[in-house]
Design a protein around this ligand. Structure first.
Ligand SMILES: Nc1ncnc2c1ncn2[C@@H]1O[C@H](COP(=O)(O)OP(=O)(O)O)[C@@H](O)[C@H]1O
Ligand SMILES: [Mg+2]
Length: 262
């Protein structure tokens, strides 16, 4: 289990981004992390992958644990060796390198299973096999996202942290990414999925958390979140029905906001 307990994170010594967050990703499960912009989702992923330092962030209180061991002081390569891989927001690939070179970079720490991992990635993303020699910068947005995920898989991680993998992609590609997340998970990898697209995330997740202003305001099985009125309204866009209801929308909004914030 990869987890954080009462985690408090500060940037530049002043910006309090996480205010006592507790969350767990059990082995082999998909956990969705939802919430509006600025809620602290990326910060939480950075805390788990050792990338806070790069952003002048630090853990002030609480802990990050892997199977109960405290790992919050470890850097990104030590955590990667322990099986935690973070796919950053914005589908970062090495644009000048070929697709396959990008994948090989992902295996830098351990090249023993390079061939098997390459085959696994090409099995998940046949389009990357077709484009293996093409320059990564010339791939479509969806293909670059697949390449970024594929690169992380080259070290056969135990946990994959995905930061908004569907952002800016066409609905059809989002469906492909969703199916791939399920398939990767089916091969045994635990996944923490940060998404603005709550519909997509809750379709595949076992459990979900909602972060607001650096705090967990919901922590429930994904099936329950899908049915929750607040989640439906705020995140799934399935709220008020018809004219009459929508005239009360602002009032309702306010009441719910207040309840969540308290
Ligand atoms: N590198 C940074 N330096 C200073 N503040 C940051 C930095 N990154 C994020 N923050 C702040 O931390 C809070 C949480 O941001 P973030 O984790 O990016 O949220 P999310 O991913 O949910 O949109 C926000 O108030 C944001 O402005
Ligand atoms: Mg973010």
């Amino acid at each position: 289990m990869l987890a954080v307990q009462n985690l408090e994170v500060v940037y530049d010594d002043v910006v309090l981004a996480l205010r006592g967050v507790s969350l767990g990703v059990p082995d082999g499960r998909i956990v969705a992390l939802l919430g509006a912009n600025g809620g602290g989702k990326s910060t939480l992923l950075r805390s788990l992958s050792g990338l806070l330092g790069v952003h002048d962030g630090e853990i002030r209180k609480g802990s990050v644990t892997l199977d109960g061991d405290r790992v919050g002081h470890l850097g990104p390569s030590a955590l990667a060796r322990r099986g935690i891989k973070h796919v950053l927001e914005g589908r970062r690939v090495f644009k000048e390198l070929s697709a396959e070179e990008n994948l090989r970079v992902g295996a830098y720490a351990d090249r023993r299973n390079l061939k098997a991992n390459l085959e696994r990635v090409y099995g998940l993303f046949p389009v990357l096999r077709d484009r293996r020699d093409g320059q990564a910068g010339l791939l479509s947005g969806g293909e670059q996202q697949m390449l970024a995920i594929g690169r992380a898989l080259m070290s056969d991680p135990r946990y994959l942290l995905l930061d908004e993998p569907s952002l800016g992609l066409a609905p059809k590609i989002v469906e492909q990414i969703r199916d791939i997340v399920v398939e990767i998970n089916g091969q045994g990898t635990g996944i923490l999925l940060v998404e603005q697209n709550a519909t997509m995330a809750l379709e595949v997740a076992h459990h979900g958390y909602v972060l607001e202003n650096g705090r967990v305001v919901m922590d429930r099985p994904a099936a329950e979140l899908r049915e929750d009125a607040d989640v439906r309204e705020f995140y799934l866009g399935l709220g008020a029905e018809g004219e009459a209801a929508s005239s009360f929308r602002n009032v309702k909004h306010y009441r719910r906001r207040k309840r969540w914030a308290s």
